[in-house]
Design a protein around this ligand. Structure first.
Ligand code: SF4
Length: 102
């Protein structure tokens, strides 16, 4: 009984260590601008922009699927902040986007 407990403990520790190393080695870094723009959007997730929620529009902007911040519930000054942020903040490739507001 004690031997099986010790074996399971050692196997668990080894597997945990392997998973921790693998998560660091195979980590996929995303574009931080996507999370920032999602946080800047109102978060109503109404879908009137044509995307499934605010994170969908943020992903589309960062991935160059659209160049327009077409969030109607968003106030114009907040849309302008998003446009300024995306037009001035370089992504992982070092390039900035050219987006506009509705
Ligand atoms: S229109 Fe604006 S609030 Fe509605 S889902 Fe799109 S980004 Fe979010």
């Amino acid at each position: 009984m004690l031997n099986s407990f010790i074996v399971m403990l050692v196997v668990g520790c080894i597997l945990g260590f392997v998973l921790a190393v693998a998560s660091k080695v195979f980590e996929v870094k995303g574009d931080e601008r996507e999370a920032t723009v999602t946080a800047m959007l109102p978060g109503y997730n109404c879908g009137s922009c044509g995307y499934p929620g605010c994170s969908g529009l943020a992903a589309a902007l960062v991935n160059k699927e659209t160049d327009t911040v077409n969030c109607r519930p968003c106030k114009s000054d907040q849309r302008a902040k998003i446009v300024d942020y995306l037009n001035s903040t370089p992504g992982p490739d070092g390039e900035t986007l050219k987006v506009k507001s509705i």
